[in-house]
Design a protein around this ligand. Structure first.
Ligand SMILES: [Zn+2]
Ligand SMILES: [Zn+2]
Length: 343
């Protein structure tokens, strides 16, 4: 068989295997639904009012949790825009040069018209050989997806997807709603769990579901709470998981807070301006994922300054800071104004 054929079979098998963690989560969730709704609420709770309240609240949390999980799994990660890809002539030019310094010279020339402010550790332009593009700030190549992913956070096996610019809010909501789901089950199951040990439950199979429901929900609560706390900290600091491990490198050096604009603006960058969209798993973040406002790049001598007065953000110094000289998209400019428009 041709090597390319066996490679594609291997890739196909890998793609199937990657769905196993998602299937595992789906089976646990399906079992928890059966155990909570049928075995606990319908079989074991005698008080009708309590039964109805528990079932109503449970289903609201369950729907939000499944919706956020679905969105995290099936939202395609965003890849860099066309302008970051090398043109045919630039590719040829790059291939002809075999010296690293000459190649860097070509890449530097192309990057002059792009809002790229970060560099590699050695100060070179960040270039992806596989995708043949100049990496936008905060973009990384994912070896599992084999693509460059905008504002890549990490590749998550539990959702079989890259968590990045397009679905980071969904991932945060998924963590929040799954924690709420587990905490609600733990809290409402507690008294029946105690009854189990006091032999106060009738001798049916429901009592074992009640027992395992409590154990699994409380154990997941602990791990989800720590993961959610960590990601809340990352949102407040405007860092991705990758940036928390390795700080981004700007022309003047590494700066782990390079993209931070202050707590409120950092939060709005992910969740958007409108409060009503915050708890809902629909995209509401600001920006285009390819360029990010940063307070550190104004003095970059390699970046041309835009025509004066073309963008109020150029001259403004929100919170006493200088902002990029590159034209920003409308939603990003909003991030840099000092008056938040939360509605
Ligand atoms: Zn790439
Ligand atoms: Zn990936």
């Amino acid at each position: 068989m041709a090597p390319s054929g066996s490679r594609s079979i291997k890739k196909g098998c890998q793609r199937v295997l990657y769905w196993i963690p998602v299937l595992f989560i789906a089976l646990i969730v399906a079992w928890s639904y059966y155990a909570y709704v049928l075995q606990l609420c319908i079989e074991s709770i005698e008080h009708t009012g309590l039964k109805v309240i528990y079932l109503l609240v449970y289903h609201v949390i369950f729907i939000m949790f499944v919706w956020a999980y679905w969105q995290t799994i099936f939202t395609r990660p965003m890849n860099p825009l066309k302008e970051f890809h090398l043109s045919h002539s630039d590719k040829e030019l790059l291939e002809r040069e075999d010296r690293g310094e000459s190649q860097q010279e070509i890449l530097r020339r192309i990057s002059k018209d792009l809002p790229i402010y970060t560099r590699t550790n050695s100060g070179a332009i960040r270039f992806c050989d596989r995708c043949q593009l100049l990496k936008p700030d905060r973009c990384h190549h994912c070896s599992v997806c084999d693509k460059c992913i905008l504002k890549m956070d990490h590749h998550c096996p539990w959702v079989n997807n890259c968590v990045g610019f397009s679905n980071y809010k969904f991932f945060m909501l998924f963590l929040a709603y799954s924690l709420l789901y587990c905490l609600f089950i733990t809290a409402t199951d507690l008294q029946y769990f105690i009854k189990f040990w006091l032999n106060g439950l009738p001798d049916t199979q429901a009592k074992f579901h009640i027992l395992f429901l409590f154990f699994s929900a409380s154990m997941f609560s602990v791990s989800l709470a720590s993961l959610l706390t960590y990601h809340c900290w990352l949102v407040c600091k405007n860092r991705s998981t990758l940036e928390a491990v390795r700080a981004p490198v700007f022309r003047h050096g590494t700066d782990k807070s390079g993209f931070s604009l202050g707590f409120r603006k950092n939060f709005r960058q992910v969740f958007g301006d409108e409060v009503k969209y915050w708890p809902i798993p629909v995209f509401s973040g600001l920006g285009d994922g390819c360029s990010f406002p940063t307070c550190l790049v104004n003095l970059d001598p390699e970046q041309p300054s835009s025509p004066s007065g073309s963008n109020p953000a150029n001259k403004s110094a929100a919170e006493g800071r200088q902002f990029p000289s590159k034209p920003l998209r409308e939603s990003q400019s909003r991030l840099l104004t000092s008056t938040p428009s939360w509605t």
